[in-house]
Design a protein around this ligand. Structure first.
Ligand SMILES: Cc1cc2nc3c(=O)[nH]c(=O)nc-3n(C[C@H](O)[C@H](O)[C@H](O)COP(=O)(O)OP(=O)(O)OC[C@H]3O[C@@H](n4cnc5c(N)ncnc54)[C@H](O)[C@@H]3O)c2cc1C
Length: 410
């Protein structure tokens, strides 16, 4: 019998987990895992944390060694980007001109950093942080210290980069267009709490300003702000979000503006073509609408799940969304739907350890914890199982929330 051929486009977290999972589920035919970074699949979260600071090697982020991929009999193509998916012919074209016949395709190409569209944005010294190569270049400069560093962006990646750069002895300013940085990422309560903690940090935060251009001839020398100021800058790091890496797809066949729209099995409108990870736009039952996440756990779980769907499983994808960040000695975790219109119940264990639960109609719909991973884990179980709760039960810091889960399970 002819062997089937499954092609996974994108050798990142979702793609790698899908390949492993196909084998773990007994798929015996050909698997191609096609990447464009010239590296074995690796994890990205350490790039803005330990790797940027130099306390962890890039090498250690590799998910699996070459030999181990060979044992799984996965055909690795690591430096030959996919340039087209021919749905009629059932094949995938590589930049080298090679066509791979594909019975099924998984698109798991992740994101591309958004860049500032302002004069001077192409000057040397202006970076973004998505890949190991980016981390290598920026980290190398930051670790020499004494640079004037401007970090642009209002999310967790920006504050991670700012704190790493400051810890390396650089003079760091973190710029944010919003007056209330991090609110979009972790909600208003946690954002306000975190900002109060940053007063002791070694970087300056300037909120409510936009960068309108950069000064410099060949290298960046300054960031020009919309309030008329120019901040001196040897290094600029932009962390202003990412868009789906789908430029290689034919726009007449796929609408890629908001990621790839998939059904509950992560299959696109084109039968046999699936999407997972940062490119997938799916209906999250825990949010009640379409979302496209840039979250490590989502990429990992969707990669594992989609392998089953490609093999014919009919189950629907269901996973409480979860994100974490480590910076300045703080562990921040976020789960579920951070909807400011819900009732927000605070659990203040100590000044340093606080969580906020988002409750609607007697159910937890979201939670954010600062140095409270236990609360967020419990919140995820409550959300997953749909446990009825009262605000008083949640607010009682003397009670173990896991008991609420157990009560229902009993
Ligand atoms: C610096 C950084 C820090 C992060 N920190 C956290 C964190 O603390 N917590 C958290 O939850 N999440 C974090 N994330 C998010 C998390 O890492 C991503 O959500 C996850 O990596 C997405 O996995 P993916 O497989 O969808 O995409 P990726 O891991 O980006 O993999 C996609 C791969 O496809 C490749 N590719 C693109 N186009 C093509 C093509 N045409 N042909 C072949 N290959 C192609 C890409 O180069 C890439 O190698 C972080 C992300 C970054 C960048």
């Amino acid at each position: 019998m002819n062997k089937r051929s499954y092609v996974i486009v994108g050798a990142g977290m979702a793609g790698a987990r899908a390949a492993e999972s196909l084998r773990a589920r007994g798929f015996d035919d050909r698997i191609f895992l096609v990447g464009d970074e010239g590296r074995l699949p690796y994890e990205r979260p350490p790039l803005s944390k330990e790797c940027l600071q130099g306390s962890r090697s890039l090498f250690s982020t590799t998910l699996r060694e070459w030999d181990s991929w060979m044992e799984l009999a996965v055909h690795l193509v690591l430096d030959d980007p996919v340039t087209a998916v021919d749905t009629a012919a059932g094949s995938v074209r590589l930049n080298s001109g090679i066509d791979i016949v594909a019975d099924k395709v998984l698109l798991a190409t992740g994101g591309v950093c958004r860049t500032l569209e302002v004069p001077g944005a192409n000057l040397a010294g202006i970076h973004s942080l998505r890949t190991a190569d980016d981390c290598d270049v920026v980290g190398d400069r930051l670790r020499r210290g004494r640079a004037k560093v401007v970090v642009v962006g209002g999310g967790l990646l920006a504050v991670e980069a700012a704190s790493a750069a400051a810890a390396l002895g650089n003079d760091v300013v973190w710029l944010c267009r919003s007056r209330h940085p991090l609110t979009g990422a972790v909600g208003g309560h946690a954002a306000a709490h975190l900002r109060s903690r940053y007063r002791e940090a070694d970087f300056d935060l300037i909120a409510g300003v936009s960068v309108v251009g950069f000064e410099g001839t060949d290298r960046v020398r300054g960031a020009i702000l919309d309030d008329g100021r120019t901040l001196p800058a040897d290094v600029v790091l932009t962390a202003i979000g990412q868009r789906p890496a789908l430029d290689f797809l034919d726009p007449t066949q796929f609408d890629t503006r908001h990621g790839l729209s998939v059904d509950a099995r992560l299959e696109t409108e084109v039968p046999g073509i699936f999407a997972a990870g940062d490119v997938a736009n799916f209906v999250d039952p825990f949010v009640g609408g379409r979302v496209r996440y840039g979250m490590w756990l989502n990429a990992q779980n969707q990669g594992q799940f989609v392998a089953g769907a490609m093999m014919g499983d009919t189950a629907a994808y269901r996973q409480v969304p979860w994100y974490w960040s480590d910076h300045l000695g703080l562990n921040v975790q976020m789960a579920g739907h951070i909807d400011e219109t819900a009732t927000i119940v605070t659990r203040e264990h100590t000044e340093d350890s606080v969580s906020w639960f988002y409750v609607r109609n007697g159910r937890v719909i979201g939670a954010v914890g600062v140095n409270m991973p236990r609360d967020v884990r419990a919140a995820m179980m409550l959300m997953d199982r749909g446990v009825d709760v009262t605000d008083a039960e949640i607010a009682d810091t003397g009670a173990d929330l896991r008991a609420l889960v157990k009560k229902v399970a009993a």
